[in-house]
Design a protein around this ligand. Structure first.
Ligand code: NDP
Length: 256
């Protein structure tokens, strides 16, 4: 499946209204929760395409192996302390990126957690629900808010909110209520921001990676390489290939 990683999005003919996308080697990306799981794989795929990647980690001191795995692919990568629930981490991370490169082209809001330990909503612990909203919704919200001014200044940005199809109305109705509600809220947030930034060169979309074999997904899901591909596509996509304020899985639009 690594062969797929290097396949670039098919480029449609550009209209003069579309801002030219920066070359891959000039794009700067930030991936939250990049020390393991899908986030690490997204960092690897972006780096192997020549994108400079900041790998957000709650504990960078434990992230050496992940950082090395990305650098070994020949990419330029840096570990950055980033707990998305900590405003100070967010502020420092963005200031660091701005100071170093003066731009940020790609934000992958990947950090997330499951939080449901019981099956139904009546049994759910309110603290778990708060925990899910704190990371899956508010973490993405505040990191995105910090990044938008930088993207607006350059008239270019790609924001990918890693969501889950289980937030869709028709799916997974009785399972994981805290997770599902937090991702549904993330989806609504994605649509709201998309409207706000329409026409600014910034695309923001929600992407479901599909059930994936990670610590969160457990055994049996598909390999991270496959799941990350749809996220990487949305992170690199041109305005002619994708919309904004949409929900994708494997490059195809899915229902909210
Ligand atoms: P993992 O549990 O493997 O990894 C989660 C990552 O998020 C870790 O890097 C973790 O860091 C990080 N994280 C958690 N809380 C925070 C925080 N407060 N600040 C910064 N980072 C944080 O999960 P996956 O890789 O499977 O999941 C990645 C994303 O994909 C999530 O948003 C998830 O909801 C979504 N997803 C996953 C599916 C699956 O089947 N696996 C299906 C659908 C969606 P640390 O190591 O410090 O805990």
């Amino acid at each position: 499946s690594t062969a797929k990683v290097h396949r670039l999005p098919v480029r449609a003919k550009r209209s003069s209204a579309v801002v030219t996308d920066p070359p891959l080697s000039q794009r700067i990306a930030l991936v939250s929760g990049a020390n393991r799981g899908i986030g690490l794989e997204v960092a690897k795929q972006l780096a192997s395409l020549g994108v400079t990647v900041f790998m957000g980690m709650r504990e960078p001191s434990k992230g050496d192996k992940a950082l090395k795995a990305v650098r070994d692919l020949g990419g330029d990568a840096f570990a950055l302390k980033l707990d998305v629930t900590k405003p100070r981490d967010i502020e420092a991370a963005i200031a660091h990126i701005e100071g170093r490169f003066g731009r940020l082209d790609i934000l992958v809001n990947n950090a997330g957690g499951y939080f449901d330990h019981k099956g139904n909503s009546a049994e759910a612990d309110l603290d778990n629900i708060r925990g899910a909203l704190e990371v899956n919704l508010l973490g993405t919200w505040s990191l995105t808010a910090a990044v938008l001014p930088l993207m607006r200044r350059h008239g270019y940005g790609r924001i990918v909110n890693v969501s889950s199809e289980c937030a869709a109305r028709t799916i997974c109705a009785e399972k994981a209520p805290a997770y599902r509600v937090s991702k549904a809220a993330l989806n609504a947030y994605t649509q709201a921001v998309a409207r706000e930034v329409q026409g600014s060169g910034i695309l923001i979309n929600a992407v479901c990676p599909g059930w994936t074999a990670t610590d969160l997904g457990g055994a049996g899901g598909r390999p991270v390489a496959e799941s990350a591909e749809g996220i990487v596509w949305a992170a690199l996509v041109s305005e002619l290939e994708a919309g904004t304020g949409d929900f994708y899985r494997d490059r195809a639009r899915i229902a909210w």
